[in-house]
Design a protein around this ligand. Sequence first.
Ligand code: NAD
Length: 248
Amino acid sequence: MTIPVELLQRLAGAKSVTVLTGAGVSAESGVPTFRDALTGLWAKFSPEELATPDAFRRNPRLVWEWYQWRRKLVAGAEPNPAHLALAELATLFPRFHLITQNVDGLHQRAGSWNVIELHGNITRTKCSDEGTIVSAWKDTGNVPPKCPACGALLRPDVVWFGEPMPAPEMRQAMTASTHCDFFFSIGTSTVVYPAAALPSEALRSGATVVEINPQPTPFTPQAHFALAGVAGVVLPELVKALKACRRA
Ligand code: NAD
């Protein structure tokens, strides 16, 4: 794909860049989006039956087992060229913020730092009652295991549908989106709010906004540039073209 020259010229002059990523960025690492993940054993469930507080109340064992399956999948996955390109992009600007809706930790494993995780991290576990992070527990055969401090059930430290985003991360994400001169929305369907509002906030604040997604989204008509391709191909090309543009 050829990256538009005007995009490169604007990006080359940017001082502050903010990126929002969604499940699409990890698709090429073999981490399925929720919709794609519901295959095989999980085909008979919808995300609402597995990733909500109600689902956990109704059937904690089922929800815990689904997340154990996802944890294994994430542990076996590797960062792809999109994650690596974003880690490199961060080194090219004085100010760079990476906001992700992903819970897989692949950005950090690719070398990105200070990642703003809006939906938590699947590798962490917390007490379902007190919310404290729990890193070790006794295996008593109970599924899910119980909090060693209070006996409540343990759960993954992720934000489920219907739960609020962590306020500090949401504040950081909003500030990063409204104080940048260039904003990327990558591999996200921009339908899950409030994260989906961030590209529009960046636009309203005067940033140049670029979307990278093989499929159109509700945000596509508003983006200054929409690059229709997979992140693992478009992002390395963009970083290469940006470096060439700066050398020229
Ligand atoms: P989503 O709403 O972020 O949609 C995925 C988007 O990625 C779609 O628009 C799709 O067209 C696009 N896409 C697919 N392959 C792509 C590629 N190779 N390059 C660029 N774009 C690509 O994701 P969702 O599955 O609807 O999940 C909603 C929420 O669930 C997420 O925001 C996240 O919190 C959580 N989730 C996280 C992970 C993860 O950590 N990897 C996986 C699944 C779900």
